[in-house]
Design a protein around this ligand. Structure first.
Ligand code: HEC
Ligand code: HEC
Ligand code: HEC
Length: 224
């Protein structure tokens, strides 16, 4: 049975040529959950079901309702100001040193914004400052993954949280020194400011670039 499923994947993707690369890679990621519909033989309905099951980006306002202490400490980090760096006249010396034009507005440059905003090019993610001003900067979902399914589930569950809910049902991620979420997505040489000898020190960055890590459910600021 597994073989049949795998051999059907290319057909499945051909049927949906209008999809973006990001959508296709998200679908691949969530493929496992579509297996049963595909086995039932209706590819189009499997595709629809799968799209409905795929998490989308919802923005930090939808996280902070439950995670205010994380939000308050994230605001003090450079991650919460990452978008400003793309504006003209900001960090002029550093930009000049790596051959960028310090007077250019990079806030619309696709080659920059995919690392300085949240979910660029993906469902629910950053489009432009005019259309999605709430998706600027490196927010929770850049590190933990798109949160629509997880947040909806959490709002319903009331009090019975498990790590499995977060990872499997919600489809979220926990960056670690081993899974390379940080270096694969952003802290790599596609950034004009990162050169070949660069070493990403996970524990140091976790301490300075994320949020406080001493908050447990019991400290959550409301009657959840
Ligand atoms: C309805 C409330 C609610 C919403 C909305 C919510 N969370 Fe949570 N989240 C929780 C609770 C409760 C926990 C469990 C905390 C604990 O046990 O310490 C949790 C845990 C987490 C964890 C830790 C997972 C683990 O297994 O250690 C992360 C990361 C997280 N949330 C991120 C987010 C992000 C990102 C968003 C926005 C997309 C979000 N949360 C929205 C309530 C919520
Ligand atoms: C692959 C992801 C990625 C891309 C693409 C990217 N950046 Fe960044 N940028 C980063 C990261 C990560 C840092 C922080 C580097 C560090 O602290 O190690 C950063 C830092 C910066 C800084 C601060 C540098 C300093 O030393 O003060 C500026 C300014 C900046 N980026 C502008 C840009 C511009 C303009 C572009 C497009 C031409 C761009 N970035 C493209 C990831 C990226
Ligand atoms: C720059 C990346 C980054 C951003 C942005 C970020 N986190 Fe995290 N988060 C992490 C890392 C790294 C861990 C810890 C992983 C570990 O210790 O294994 C973590 C852990 C957590 C945990 C588990 C408990 C803890 O405190 O360690 C929760 C809850 C959480 N994050 C929620 C959030 C919320 C809510 C936001 C947005 C306000 C957010 N995170 C933004 C990287 C990030």
């Amino acid at each position: 049975m597994k073989k049949i499923i795998i051999s059907m994947i290319p057909l499945f993707f051909l049927c949906s040529a209008s999809m973006s690369m990001a959508e296709k890679s998200d679908i691949k990621k969530h493929w496992a959950s579509a297996e049963s519909s595909v086995i039932a033989g209706d590819e189009q309905s499997a595709l629809e079901q799968l799209k409905a099951k795929m998490p989308t980006y919802i923005g930090i306002d939808n996280c902070k309702v439950c995670h205010m202490p994380h939000f308050d400490s994230w605001v003090t980090t450079r991650m919460s100001k990452a978008f400003d760096l793309l504006k003209p006249g900001v960090r002029t010396k550093a930009k000049r040193e790596v051959g960028l034009d310090p007077n250019r507005d990079y806030t619309k440059a696709p080659e920059c914004i995919h690392c300085h905003t949240t979910g660029y090019g993906k469902p629910g993610g950053f489009v432009s400052v005019e259309k999605t001003p709430e998706m600027i900067d490196v927010q929770c979902e850049m590190c933990h993954g798109p949160g629509s399914l997880y947040a909806e589930m959490m709002l319903k569950k009331r009090g019975t949280y498990t790590r499995n809910d977060f990872m499997k049902v919600g489809g979220m991620t926990m960056p670690s020194a081993d899974n390379n979420v940080c270096t694969q997505q952003c802290h790599n040489q596609n950034s004009p400011f990162i050169s070949s000898g660069f070493e990403f020190k996970f524990e140091d960055r976790k301490a300075s670039g994320t949020h406080r890590h001493d908050i447990k459910y019991i400290d959550m600021p409301f009657d959840w």
